[in-house]
Design a protein around this ligand. Structure first.
Ligand code: ADP
Ligand code: MG
Length: 748
């Protein structure tokens, strides 16, 4: 059997390789062979496997035998290198042998080459049995595969003589590029002088090694923070710096993550503690100390039964432990002891903690205060009950409304028929009146039971106040006199109307509760003195509040009322809603005299006419018409009027189907204004149909929803021109001007 060898060729074309390979096959089994044409390819192939020999041409277009020999020498490998040349180049041959080449032959001397390969490899075979050789190769492989950066640096020129694979991968430079670089090119803020200065200790032999903090900059500008250890080494009569850099970036990141996690645990609102598998407590967060009153000294190092009472006697302890040690989470109610000898009920979540090998080493307890959780649950049940009741009431109100309509109608007929009998017709008129007020009451109820729209609109402050006080006056006890003054003169605010109603009702209910024996309720809406805001006031002549109550009224669950009467949520919700309106709430109260709540909303300036006049000369000129699609006839009409006032022609449709049917008759169109949320995703189809016919037609979308609700509906807003409803002339004109501007840019 022929001995087997692996051969690495370095050559441009591969022609010589095949010739030599054929010759080699007569004497050896070729285990593996490969061809490199550049320094980088050679370096890549060289690392990571064993080669018995390298056969290289003397001069190649991208590298040469001298460089190949340098790389092998620098890498510490002892691979015989056979150089073949097109010429009998004596000086080249001497240089190659000086650099450790095994032989130098001209191309026509294949027989000579074979002879020296045979003699050398048979000698090597003996060496191969030598364990030292294998160990050395192993070490070289370890260096190659190391995640650390390893450099051999020429002591004189400071050029990199050798780098391992990690350097190439992490810096993004090729081996060839790196061989022409020095540390100055790779390390941030480093000059040659400083480098020399830093290395002088090891260069002079005064220091065995030095350790430096460096920042390596990759080709793409990425920074690797690393710790470099530099030593001086000798190889074949020359001295080199050997530098090993440990990349710290990952370590730093891991550390930062751990720090962040630690903060989450420290500031958590759950009481968290960690135990060993035997129940010894090793960590507790500040919240746990607060929850139980135990200090660190009291519990760290103690057994879990110091803080968990129920766990000693019931089978709970075993259950938790067996669940968690089998890798699952446990959740349930447990009781925690407190330092003063009491007990608190908590919801516990217990998770296994694993080490890097995946073994469960600890248990982590997350204790939620169950008393608070209980309270929240009660509130939820209450809210849910109210909602159900509301739905029911809504259903009844509807039918009741019809009944009242009929009653009123019949009573009206009676009144007319008995016109002459004043005594009876008077009663019938009273019936009509009562049925009417009954109707507005149920109408109000209907309004509340319906799922309320959550849209911000521009609303008339006076009107909303009137609406609420109308309902209040129907349902409040008679001994409460209601005085309403609305004098905003049509001033508008930006608000979600149903929420303003909810706010006013909450405040009115509190006022009623504060006047159990009757009194005066004043509700007013007016402009502030500065004229910049709208003030709504609700005042009562009730009990008033002492300072310690007044300080807490907006806190959730704060109530002075008996159970079942108050939830303590009313004012908390009011405050929340006011905040979301960007509005302010104040409360003044005098004990024994009464209370006044003041709501302050920014006034919306909608002097449209003057705005339009100011922008009129910057109006865009459109040669075609404006297509308007909206399913609300009011909106269509409003926009049509607006557009015609400014000299545009509008063509309106109530949806995609009607627009599609007319599409082929539509003449020139310059722009489209489409409601973003048409039924059956009509807006998308309408836009597509228009774009298909009119190419790059500017489209403006109208919507009353905020971005989040749109996203919730799966509607994409990015890259679209959007105006908010209600649509005002100035915003529409501005959007049109911008859309046309954009089109003219993209047309160019
Ligand atoms: P609830 O009405 O359920 O008690 P609220 O948040 O609406 O909850 O009110 C919290 C507390 O503020 C009330 O319990 C009461 O003590 C006080 N309060 C609110 N409004 C008034 C008022 N107009 N007059 C007197 N006290 C009031
Ligand atoms: Mg209340």
């Amino acid at each position: 059997m022929l001995p087997s060898v692996s051969v690495l060729f370095v050559e441009d074309s591969g022609v010589e390789k095949n010739r030599i390979l054929e010759a080699l096959k007569k004497h050896f089994t070729i285990e593996i062979h490969a061809l490199a044409a550049t320094t980088d390819e050679f370096h890549e192939l060289l690392t990571g496997r064993h080669w018995d020999m390298v056969v290289t041409e003397e001069y190649l277009s991208k590298t040469d035998a001298f460089e190949i020999l340098d790389i092998i020498n620098a890498s510490g490998r002892e691979i015989p290198v056979f150089v073949f040349s097109a010429y009998s180049d004596v000086r080249g041959a001497v240089e190659c042998v000086r650099r450790g080449a095994a032989d130098f032959r001209t191309k026509d001397d294949i027989i000579g080459l074979m002879d020296s390969v045979k003699t050398l490899l048979s000698r090597k075979k003996v060496l191969k049995e030598n364990a030292e050789e294998y160990e050395k190769e192993l070490l070289i492989d370890i260096i190659e595969e190391s995640r650390d950066f390893i450099f051999l640096i020429d002591e004189k020129t400071l050029k990199f003589r050798y780098v391992n694979r990690a350097v190439i991968e992490k810096t993004g430079y090729s081996f060839g590029e790196l061989r022409n670089m020095t540390p100055v090119d790779l390390v941030r803020n480093l000059s040659a002088e400083v480098l020399r200065e830093r290395l002088s200790g090891v260069a002079d032999g005064e220091q065995d090694r030095i350790v430096l903090f460096t920042e390596i900059i990759s080709k793409t500008g990425e920074i690797h923070q690393s710790e470099a250890t530099v030593q001086l080494v000798y190889r074949k009569n020359e001295s080199l710096f050997y530098a090993r850099l440990e990349d710290l970036s990952e370590k730093i990141r891991t550390h930062e993550n751990a720090m962040r996690m630690m903060q989450v645990v420290e500031y958590s609102t759950s009481g968290i503690f960690v135990t060993e598998k035997d129940g010894t407590i090793t960590y507790a967060n500040p919240k746990l100390h607060r929850q139980t009153g135990f200090s660190e000294k009291d519990i760290i190092g103690s057994n879990i039964n110091v803080i968990k009472s129920v766990l000693d006697d019931s089978g709970e302890y075993e259950r938790i432990w067996s669940t968690v040690l089998s890798g699952r989470r446990w959740a349930g109610r447990t009781k925690s002891k407190t330092r003063d000898g009491g007990e608190i009920e908590v919801l516990s979540f217990v998770s296994p903690i694993r080490n890097s090998k995946g073994e469960i080493t600890n248990l982590a307890f997350f204790d939620e205060d169950a008393t608070l959780a209980n309270e929240m649950k009660m509130q939820l049940i209450h809210a849910q009950k109210m909602e159900t009741l509301g739905e029911l009431a809504g259903g009844i109100a509807h039918d009741f409304n019809n009944v009242l309509t009929a009653v009123g109608g019949f009573a009206g007929v009676i009144s007319r028929k008995l016109k002459d009998r004043k005594d009876v017709s008077y009663l019938a008129d009273k019936l009509v009146e009562l049925a009417e007020s009954g109707r507005s009451l149920t109408q109000g109820l209907l309004g509340y039971s319906r799922k309320q729209e959550q849209e911000f609109r521009i609303i008339d402050a006076d009107r909303t106040v009137r609406k609420v006080t109308d309902i209040i006056s129907l349902v409040f006890p008679e001994d409460i006199v209601i005085d309403v003054e609305t004098e905003c003169g049509g001033a508008r605010i930006r608000a979600i109307e149903s929420q303003i109603e909810q706010i006013l009702l909450n405040l009115a209910n509190n006022a009623r509760d504060a006047m159990p024996d009757g009194g005066l309720l004043t509700v007013s809406a007016s402009k502030s003195l500065s004229g910049k805001s709208v003030l709504i006031r609700i005042g009562d002549t009730g009990t008033g509040m002492p300072a310690d109550v007044l300080a807490n009224i907006f806190k959730p669950f704060f109530t002075t009322k008996s159970e079942g009467k108050g939830t303590g949520l009313g004012l908390a919700i009011v405050k929340d809603l006011m905040d979301s309106h960007g509005a302010k709430i104040f409360c003044e109260s005098v004990l024994g005299q009464g209370t006044v709540f003041t709501l302050e909303f920014p006034l919306i300036d909608i002097d449209e006419i003057s705005f339009a006049a100011a922008t009129a000369d910057s109006l865009v000129k459109l040669s075609g018409s404006v297509v308007v699609i909206d399913d609300d006839p009011g909106v269509r009409e409003g926009i049509e009027t607006m557009l015609s006032e400014f000299g545009y022609r509008a063509v309106c449709f109530d949806g995609y189907p009607s627009m599609y049917n007319k599409l082929e008759y539509l003449g020139e169109v310059s722009i489209a204004v489409i409601d973003m949320v048409l039924a059956d995703s009509g807006s998308v189809m309408a836009a597509e149909a228009l774009l298909e016919k009119y190419g790059n037609l500017p489209i403006i979308y109208m919507t009353g929803y905020d971005d989040e609700s749109l996203r919730g509906k799966g509607i994409i807003t990015e890259g679209k021109a959007i105006i908010k409803k209600p649509v005002f002339a100035h915003s529409l004109l501005k959007a049109m001007a911008e859309a046309m501007q954009e089109k003219s840019v993209s047309d160019r």
